[in-house]
Design a protein around this ligand. Structure first.
Ligand code: COA
Length: 274
């Protein structure tokens, strides 16, 4: 167990469980938390003992968004420079998460508000407790959903839902969040850890280079024309092979020659050729 105040993590069976760790402040994101989270992401990104990263929260919250005192009010008292510095630190680790080397899963155990939509979207997959609460609460304290939150709503929700969510500032529960597409699934809180572990273990069976290329492709192609996407994907596929010798041959061989698995039903056996 490595605990460094505002962020804690454990690595078990190639899964890194990274936790927002300010439960008394509902895991709201302070500058100190944002700085520490970037360090933790750096520490884990190329650690061979880590194959999947799960982001979750200690206590009753995933994260209650930005710390209104330490992230919003105090930096503002230092002027524009203070504001921009705080923004760079939070946006910085969310961006790092969006393009992280390892697959990432948000495990939303409780409150998830405003700024927390940055890391929520930063994670490739998201699973919630049925009774978790999601809200763009900004309108309730008098600002627009900044820090990328409005963008996340538009990326993940229909126009009408995004507009309703942002304008009304009403929280929805995990079940509704799954129905709306904010998360992949919602399950009873008692089953959340087991379900996320199950998904992480499935990811661990896949070729790691192919997973990174795949997650990047899904994020990139949305903004491209079909022709641009086709071209990007062709080049991304060839670039992925550069660091991925095994996938050039082994996946096809085990299906076509050895007949030991079916790609439609599961992953090939990694490392079988070595
Ligand atoms: N920024 C700063 N402090 C926060 C915070 C935030 N976003 N969210 C919670 N806290 C603090 C509270 O001020 C309180 O501190 P205190 O013990 O020093 O008084 C502590 O965390 C516990 O919060 P509390 O409101 O008593 O917990 P709760 O479980 O009853 O309610 C929430 C949880 C999440 C509904 C409520 O804390 C809340 O509305 N938070 C703000 C959500 C928000 O709009 N975030 C900003 C989005 S960008």
């Amino acid at each position: 167990m490595n605990t460094d105040a505002v962020v804690s993590y454990t690595v078990e069976n190639k899964i890194a469980w990274v936790r927002f760790n300010r439960p008394d402040k509902r895991n709201s994101m302070s500058p100190a938390l944002n700085r520490r989270m970037m360090q933790v992401l750096n520490e884990l990104e190329f650690d061979d003992n880590v194959g999947v990263l799960v982001l979750t929260g200690e206590g009753s919250a995933f994260s209650a968004g930005m710390d209104l005192k330490e992230y919003i009010r105090e930096p503002a008292s230092r002027g524009l420079g203070g504001v921009r510095e705080a923004q760079r630190e939070s946006y910085g680790w969310w961006r790092r998460l969006r393009w992280y080397q390892k697959p990432t899963i948000a495990m939303v155990n409780g409150w998830c508000f405003g700024g927390a939509y940055g890391p929520l979207f930063g994670c490739d997959l998201a699973f919630a407790a049925d009774d978790a609460q999601f809200g763009l609460s900004e309108i309730n304290w008098g600002i627009l959903p900044g820090g990328g939150a409005a963008k996340v709503a538009v990326e993940l929700l229909s126009f009408r839902r995004a507009m309703f969510h942002a304008m009304l500032g009403e929280a929805i529960d995990g079940k509704m969040a799954a129905e709306w597409g904010l998360v992949n699934e919602a399950v009873p809180a008692a089953e959340l850890h087991a379900r996320v572990t199950e998904i992480a273990n499935e990811l661990l069976k896949k070729n790691a280079t192919a997973l990174k290329a795949t997650k990047d492709a899904i994020r990139r192609v949305g903004l491209m024309s079909y022709d641009d996407a086709e071209d990007y994907l062709l080049r991304a596929q060839e670039a992925a092979f550069y660091y991925n010798d095994e996938a050039k041959t082994e996946g096809i061989k085990q299906f076509v020659d050895d007949k030991t698995y079916k790609p439609g039903l599961g992953a090939y056996e990694k490392g079988a050729a070595s």
